[in-house]
Ligand binder design. Structure first.
Ligand SMILES: [Mn+2]
Length: 537
């Protein structure tokens, strides 16, 4: 439910006035120790109505911060990490309006922004948040943002019966400004954080922008600058990670104030044009609580015509926790799987197979109904996931083990074959007449040529132990990165990469011509015994 909505309006007569001219309403009770009176709004959310214009200073004076904080204080002797997974005692020792170091690049201070940036509704969703951190979040916004740019601050307390994602939608739905700013409830915004974000959206409302997220230490609450060379990335299991920009990307960045295009946003801290947010389908409201929703919204923004940026001149500190203090109704991992599975099914096309390969537990799991999200994607005529991979995140490589070809390795009418005899531990190699019938290849003659240059049958790879001419080629267990198992296809030769010799055949003994052994020998372009044809599908 919506607990409180504050409307901040600058006095028209004095648009550039400081916070002393902020007009705002805290609702009936200027004291958060008690439940404030609520009014019902059409969408069913409860929120505090704005008071008739009152002076900001007066209201802040009337607000009994100490009483508000002491109602839920850490009690001596208790584990200060128990409730919130950060040091509650330390958070309460720190003033609600403390100063933080300006962590921006010095060049950011020389930038100029439009005079008529659009004002924003700040939406802060929370769930059992510590009062000290929530209060510091709000005070930092009020202290470090030009008054006329904050239309209102909306606090959405889900009172543990709603879900974080749906709370964000509710907050967005009641917001009155044209731009939405989603913030977490344990943040501290830094100097001029909002201006560069709004500037990018004013220039192009399809941009979805986020600040660099500085680190508020969860033990000491020290404010630490984060690297400005990071962007959001992920792996095929849909696990988010911060990634260093590549050396090439860094080399291209001559101006440290320039936005960084990011394949994915980290989560709950971003600014988006409200009409664009609504047009794109808000959030997937069938997702549970938290986790995975940043993938869904990121794919959707990019694939449906927008872009995601990290703006280096905007800095917001955030308390990163090692674990989530929420109780997930269905268990943490299951919630994450459900949410990411919905994302994979709706947005990843044929590439979802790599998600399932990386996260086998997702197979056969319930994901609910995704029909309306599939229709949304159709209606918006969004790009394919292939387009996203090629244009936004080419660094995400197709898993290597999935790039392979399977078929036969032929020399004239004979095929490379494996034989298992009873007295030997591993099968031996030989060359025998090809006997595929009706397109079905016998298992003994079927080979897989992998992306990392293995020629394999199940777990066994073509290997060479000694790098001399005439050395025998054997089957042995595949080892990742073993050069003695790697083969390159060079014309009609199969070149052994470690020795630079070629796969060759030699007759064994002199009585039976048909028994041929596999060896390596110096490559000879004219040798018929070194000619191979890989007939692969
Ligand atoms: Mn957080």
């Amino acid at each position: 439910t919506l607990k409180a909505s504050w409307e901040a309006r600058s006095s028209k007569a004095c648009p550039n006035a400081g916070l002393t001219n902020l007009r705002w309403g805290l609702g009936g009770a200027q004291e958060w120790g008690q439940h404030p009176p609520v009014s019902r709004v059409p969408n069913g959310a409860d929120f505090v109505r704005q008071e008739p214009n009152a002076d900001w200073d007066d209201l802040w004076d009337q607000f009994e911060e100490r009483r508000y904080l002491s109602a839920r204080r850490w009690k001596g002797g208790e584990d200060p990490y128990r409730l919130h997974a950060f040091n509650q005692r330390e958070s309460e020792r720190i003033p609600s309006d403390r100063a933080v170091r300006d962590t921006r690049h010095h060049r950011c201070t020389t930038l100029h922004y439009s005079q008529d940036l659009p004002p924003t509704s700040v939406v802060i969703t929370f769930h059992n948040e510590a009062r000290s951190t929530l209060l510091r979040t709000i005070r930092s916004v009020l202290n470090r943002t030009p008054v006329h740019l904050i239309h209102e601050i909306i606090l959405v307390d889900d009172f543990s019966d709603d879900r974080l994602i749906r709370s964000r939608i509710r907050g967005a739905d009641v917001a009155k400004a044209g731009v939405l700013t989603f913030l977490d409830s344990h943040c501290e915004v830094n100097k001029d954080w909002l201006l560069p974000l709004l500037q990018r959206i004013k220039e192009d409302p399809t941009r979805v922008v986020s600040p660099i997220i500085d680190i508020i230490n969860l033990d000491t609450f020290a404010y630490v600058a984060a690297s400005s060379d990071l962007r959001g990335g992920f792996d095929w299991s849909l696990h988010f990670k911060w990634e260093q920009l590549s050396p090439e990307q860094k080399a291209k960045r001559l101006d440290p104030t320039e936005p960084i295009r990011t394949p994915i946003i980290a989560g709950g801290l971003f600014v988006i044009d409200k009409a664009w947010f609504n047009h794109l389908g808000k959030y997937d409201s069938a997702m549970d609580i938290w986790g995975g929703e940043n993938f869904e919204i990121s794919f959707r923004v990019w694939m449906c015509g927008g872009s995601l940026e990290i703006i280096p001149c905007s800095r917001v500190g955030h308390v990163f926790r090692k674990k989530h203090p929420y109780v997930f109704p269905d268990g943490n991992a299951n919630t994450y799987i459900k949410n990411t599975k919905r994302t994979a099914e709706v947005w990843m096309d044929e590439f979802k197979q790599y998600y399932y390969a990386a996260r086998p537990a997702a197979q056969g799991r319930p994901l609910g109904n995704v029909q309306s999200r599939v229709e949304l994607r159709k209606r918006l005529k969004c790009h394919s996931f292939k387009w996203y991979l090629e244009n936004v995140y080419p660094e995400l490589r197709i898993p290597e083990e999935s790039l392979y070809q399977t078929g036969i390795i032929r020399q004239r009418q004979s095929c490379l074959e494996s034989h298992k005899s009873e007295d030997q531990e591993l099968p031996i190699l030989s060359l025998n007449p090809c006997n595929s019938s009706k397109g079905t290849v016998p298992k003994a003659q079927e080979w897989t040529y992998t992306y990392n240059h293995h020629i394999r049958q199940q777990q066994l790879c073509l290997s060479v132990y000694t790098l001399f001419p005439g050395s025998q080629v054997l089957l042995s267990p595949c080892k990742e990165g073993d050069n003695k198992q790697r083969w390159g296809k060079v014309g009609s030769h199969l070149e052994h990469i470690a020795s630079r010799f070629c796969l060759d055949t030699e007759s064994v003994g002199d009585t039976n011509e048909s028994i041929k052994e596999l060896v390596i020998n110096p490559c000879e372009s004219t040798a018929m015994s070194q000619r191979w044809d890989m007939v692969m599908s």
